[in-house]
Design a protein around this ligand. Structure first.
Ligand code: GDD
Ligand code: MN
Length: 366
């Protein structure tokens, strides 16, 4: 054995943060002087070379480690993987863009050492002494709305449940890792609500800094993912969230189907069966691209080759239900049986379950 045992791991999720990497290591080095720590970058194969830069530092500083994930995206899942990858008993998560105040890390660590009953220390912008720096009105309003919404699933009286800056006992995360939704940005909220027993927490104030290098990745899709994560905690055990997304997109696909059908059959006067086939292919293509961009955003297929293969796979997977739908529609049209809406709807629901079950497995390899 060499040296004192490892005490703390600092997980740093990164996407395109190349210029911040050396700075954050220097800051951690200063803030955590005298402590036994390691830093784990979890980088989602950033095109700007973040991982290479982190590895250059890691070659000469064994406290620095790099996990480079290929074909994956997502802040929450990156944090979970980083937290599960350390031997340290305590782990912190901190943004790689220097917006979080690393100087409070030693105080967070001491708090966990001093109180065995304490599970997690949260860097908080909304307790006395904390702040959000110079956020504009819009961001303040959005953050307040998201925080209010979180209260619906969070039973604890936590002022900053959206914080991405916290320190926790590693065993707690490891124990619940398979129950975490791992969607979007809200890793702390996820941990707090996944725990079978309420976690004992302490909020420690800090002021959110302004980003000076690179840009935020919190976009509309991330905001949508937040709503999805809330749904997942409330109802996810009954109907999986991906199935809901898949079905909502499927409903829009049905809209495409009817539009194309009307245009070809009514508008251009083509045959009903031919129009239905074209409408089905159109709807499948639409569904494939939307599911790839949203439902399976974290493992989405990229580049012409992958997209083409995925599209073919998706069409093959969906073809039994598509054929059934075309058959039913053609049959009903030809015989004019009466409650066709009901049988069509039954076909659509069965088709959705079938398509979801098979495409999640074969097209996106879940
Ligand atoms: N590995 C990985 N994968 N890292 C990511 C990803 C991703 O898909 N998306 C973002 N990151 C990294 C960024 O590189 C950065 O280091 C950190 O996660 C935070 O991302 P930002 O894009 O800077 O987020 P923000 O500043 O808008 O949001 C912060 O504040 C929110 C509360 O207002 C984060 O701390 C959020 O977690 C927090 O909820
Ligand atoms: Mn940021």
């Amino acid at each position: 054995m060499s040296g004192p045992p490892l005490d703390l791991a600092v997980v740093i999720p990164t996407f395109n943060e190349v210029r911040n990497v050396p700075v954050i290591i220097a800051r951690l080095d200063q803030a955590l002087a005298g402590r036994h720590w390691e830093a784990i970058f979890v980088d989602d194969d950033s095109p700007d070379g973040t991982a290479d830069t982190a590895r250059e530092i890691a070659r000469v500083d064994p406290r620095v480690r790099v996990i480079q994930r290929i074909g994956r995206r997502g802040l929450s899942s990156a944090c979970i993987e980083g937290m599960c990858a350390t031997a340290a008993p305590i782990v912190a998560v901190i943004d790689g863009d220097l917006q979080h105040d690393e100087t409070i890390l030693p105080k967070m660590l001491d708090a966990l050492h001093q109180d065995e009953a304490l599970d997690v220390v949260i860097g908080s912008r909304f307790v006395d002494g904390g702040g959000t720096g110079d956020w504009d009105h819009d961001r303040v309003a959005k953050s307040a709305f998201a925080t209010r919404l979180s209260r619906r699933i969070l039973k604890a009286d936590l002022n900053d449940p959206m914080s991405g800056f916290f320190m926790i006992r590693t065993a707690i995360v490891r124990g619940m890792a398979s129950h975490l939704a791992a969607i979007g940005f809200k890793i702390l909220l996820d941990i707090m609500t996944a725990s079978p027993k309420p976690l004992h927490f302490l909020e420690m104030p800090y002021t959110f800094r302004v980003r000076t290098e690179g840009e935020s990745k919190l976009d509309h899709v991330v905001a949508m993912e937040y709503l999805i994560a809330i749904y997942d905690r409330m109802f996810g055990n009954y109907v999986p969230v991906r199935f809901v997304m898949f079905s909502v997109i499927g409903a829009f696909g049905a809209g495409i189907h009817f539009t194309v059908l009307a245009a070809l059959f009514k508008g251009l006067g083509l045959g009903f069966t031919v129009s239905t086939i074209a409408a089905t292919v159109g709807a499948m293509t639409f569904n494939f691209f939307l599911n790839n961009a949203l439902t399976y955003r974290d493992t989405r297929l990229k580049g012409a080759r992958q997209l083409f293969d995925g599209w073919v796979s998706f069409c093959i997977v969906c073809s039994p239900s598509a054929l059934a739908n075309i058959g039913v529609a053609a049959f009903l049209y030809n015989t004019r049986a009466d409650p066709w809406e009901v049988s069509a709807l039954a076909g659509v629901v069965l088709g959705a379950v079938w398509n979801y079950a098979l495409s999640s497995r074969f097209t996106w390899g879940r």
